[in-house]
Design a protein around this ligand. Structure first.
Ligand code: KG4
Ligand code: ZN
Length: 357
C-alpha cells in the first residue's frame, strides 16, 4: 500500500492530505485565508505567506492524525512547487523538504495546474466510480489559469490553449467586484446568477480567430463594466461613469450576473467542442473530459460540461466540490503517479512562480 502526504500552499489555502494508492482520500485538510484577504478584495501575497507560516504545521499534523498515519508509514512527501505566489509556495516547499530530509523519504515536486486535472480521479473510501479514460481532454478553470490540455496520462499532458489575458475565475472575481457583491466573487456571482435572466444583457463570447484554442476574458469583463456603469466619459484617471452598481436593482444585478455566467461558460464550451474536433481530425479523439480548478465548482460549468460530454460521447469527470478549489489531495494523488515512475525531486527543488508547460 502506498501512502503519500501532499502539501499545498501556492495561493491562499494552506492544505495537507494523505492519499492511499493514489486514489483514496484518507484525509484532506484545507485552512482557507479568505477572511484575511476579504477586506482587500483580493489575495495580498505578503499576508498569504505569513498566514501559511502560521498554519502549515498544524495543518500537516491534522492531515496525518485524521488519516491515522504516522510519518514513518509515508512512502513520499509530495508538494506543489509550481506555479503560484513565490512567498506562498516557499512555505509549503520548505516544510516538505524538512520532512523529507528528516524522515529520509523521497520528495516529489508537483505542478499545481496538472494536479487540478487529477482531482476528479480521487475517491472517498467506498466510492468506486470509474476513473477517466485516456486520452482525455483536460480543462483547468481557476483563479489563475484557463487552460486546455490533451491528457495522455495523469503525468503526460500537452497544452492546447490558454488564456491570453484574465483567467476565467479572475474574470468572475472582477465581475463580482464591479457588481459590488463581495469576495471571493466566483461563488457569490454563481449564486446570484441563478436568480437572473441570462438573456437580459448581451455580452461578447470572444473566440479569437477561427482556429484558436486560446481564451480571452478581459473584453467580456470590460463589456460587463460598461453595462453596469454606462459608457465611460474621459480617459485614464479622469474617466467618469454615468452610474455604478449601487444604482442597479437587485433584479438587474442578478440579470447581469446571469448574462455574464452564460457568456463565460458558453465560451468555454465552444472551445471544448473546437478542441475535440481538432483532436479528432488528428486521429486523437479524446475518450473523456476532465475538468478541474476552482471554477469547476460553478453550477453552470458543471451542468454544461456534463451536457457537452453527452453530446460528444465523452465520459465527464468533475471533482467533488471540496476538491475543485486548491487542496493537497490532488497534489498527493498526482505525487503517487510520479512516485510510481520514480520521478523524485532533489532537496534543492526550487519554487517556481510561473507555469512550466
Ligand atoms: O483553483 P482555485 O482555488 O485557485 C487557483 O488555482 O487559482 O480557484 C479559485 C477561483 C476563484 O477565482 C474563485 O472565484 C473561483 O475559483 N470559483 C468560482 C466558484 N467557486 C470558486 N467561480 C465561479 N463559480 C463558482 N462556484
Ligand atoms: Zn489552483
Amino acid at each position: 500500500m502506498s501512502l503519500i502526504l501532499g502539501i499545498e500552499s501556492s495561493c491562499d489555502e494552506t492544505a495537507a492530505a494523505v492519499i492511499e494508492n493514489g486514489v483514496i482520500i484518507r484525509s484532506n485538510i484545507i485552512a482557507s485565508q479568505h477572511d484575511l484577504h476579504r477586506r482587500y478584495g483580493g489575495v495580498v501575497p505578503e499576508i498569504a505567506s505569513r498566514a501559511h507560516l502560521e498554519k502549515i504545521h498544524p495543518v500537516i499534523h491534522e492531515a496525518l492524525d485524521a488519516a491515522a498515519v504516522t510519518p514513518d508509514m509515508l512512502g513520499a512527501i509530495a508538494v506543489g512547487n509550481r506555479p503560484g505566489l513565490i512567498g506562498s509556495l516557499l512555505v509549503g516547499l520548505s516544510a516538505a523538504k524538512a520532512m523529507a530530509w528528516a524522515l529520509n523519504k523521497p520528495l516529489i515536486g508537483v505542478d499545481h495546474v496538472q494536479a487540478h486535472l487529477y482531482a476528479a480521479t480521487l475517491r472517498k473510501p467506498g466510492d468506486d466510480s470509474p476513473p477517466p479514460q485516456y486520452p482525455a481532454l483536460g480543462l483547468v478553470v481557476s483563479g489563475g489559469h484557463t487552460s486546455l490540455f490533451l491528457v495522455s496520462s495523469p503525468t503526460q499532458t500537452t497544452l492546447l490553449g490558454k488564456t491570453i489575458d484574465d483567467a476565467v475565475g479572475e474574470a468572475y472575481d472582477k465581475a463580482a467586484v464591479i457588481l459590488g457583491i463581495g469576495f471571493p466573487g466566483g461563488p457569490k456571482l454563481d449564486k446570484l446568477a441563478q436568480q437572473g435572466n441570462e438573456n437580459a444583457y448581451d455580452l461578447p463570447r470572444p473566440m479569437l480567430d477561427a482556429d484558436s484554442l486560446d481564451f480571452s476574458f478581459s473584453g467580456m469583463k470590460t463589456a460587463l463594466l460598461y453595462k453596469v456603469r454606462g459608457n465611460p466619459r474621459g480617459r485614464g484617471a479622469d474617466t467618469t461613469f454615468q452610474r455604478d452598481a449601487a444604482d442597479l436593482t437587485d433584479q438587474q444585478k442578478a440579470d447581469v450576473a446571469a448574462s455574464f455566467q452564460a457568456a463565460a461558460v458558453q465560451t468555454v464550451m465552444l472551445k471544448l467542442t473546437r478542441a475535440v474536433n481538432h483532436l479528432d481530425a488528428q486521429g486523437q479523439r479524446p475518450r473523456s473530459l476532465i475538468v478541474g480548478g476552482g471554477v469547476s465548482a460553478n453550477s453552470r460549468m458543471r451542468s454544461q460540461s456534463i451536457a457537452l460530454g453527452q453530446q460528444l460521447g465523452l465520459s465527464v469527470h468533475l471533482p467533488t466540490m471540496s476538491l475543485c478549489v486548491d487542496n493537497a489531495a490532488m497534489i498527493a494523488g498526482l505525487g503517487h503517479c510520479l512516485w510510481q515512475q520514480g520521478r523524485f525531486s532533489p532537496l534543492d527543488l526550487p519554487a517556481v512562480a510561473t507555469v512550466s508547460v
